[in-house]
Design a protein around this ligand. Sequence first.
Ligand code: PLP
Length: 261
Amino acid sequence: MSPPPILTIAGSDSSCGAGVQADLKAISALGGYALNALTSVVSETPGRVSIVRLLDAELVSDQIRILFEGFPIAAVKTGMLGGLTQVEAVVKTWQSIAPVGLPLVVDPVMVATGGGKLLEDDAIDAVRTLLLPLATVITPNMDEAAVLWGRPVTTRDEMTACAQDMSAEFGTAVLLKGGHLTGSAADVLCINGELTWYDTSRTPDVQTHGTGCTYSAAIATGLGLGLPLQEAVSQAKRYISAAIAEYFQWNGSHGTVHALN
Ligand code: PLP
């Protein structure tokens, strides 16, 4: 049987650890057929961002449109969108073409671990007001959640309050990723006020470039395969935890680089 087509709308990472390349790996590994609509090209390696170039809005829309016309897309994720015109293009195209109820995972990517800005400041409001309300689930990390919520998110209690507030405000499920929590790497999922915690121990001293991208692509794949959201998140959490624990490592001329397995 042919696998369900899963579309990622995201940026290209030249080092293939994050961005669409990470998504293509996760979608393929978990039994989907990966499609991509590129929003941007980022010249980068883990921890170092050099040039960020955004693609024009017409090209972003056209990739999405032609893929929807050609394939029975089973789920979609958005990653790096880059700028206001790209966010608006994705929203407009989704509203004109996506079947009602199609799962949409929104990873509100803003800044790379290496410091590169992956979403322009004037696009944040459009993400909040136009894109988040369309999502089945949004997957912010603690920094992104703090920007979207307008308050700091540093503890488990703050994660709980933030996930509940954002879920009510945007009418979506929220998976708030606590990868930056001290101690374990615990994430909380809020669906209609109901909370589920996903705990794992942390793998120390690894530059886990691309974990957010991989995680959200894995969730979209689970949803595209028909799993309920809680199971799609469990499967994705197991997948990302193994990819981090079994990381690759090389010595480059700028030091050691890591990649997810
Ligand atoms: N580069 C691209 C193209 C991305 O889409 C993302 C995350 O979404 C990143 C880099 C961020 O990677 P990290 O913060 O894991 O370094």
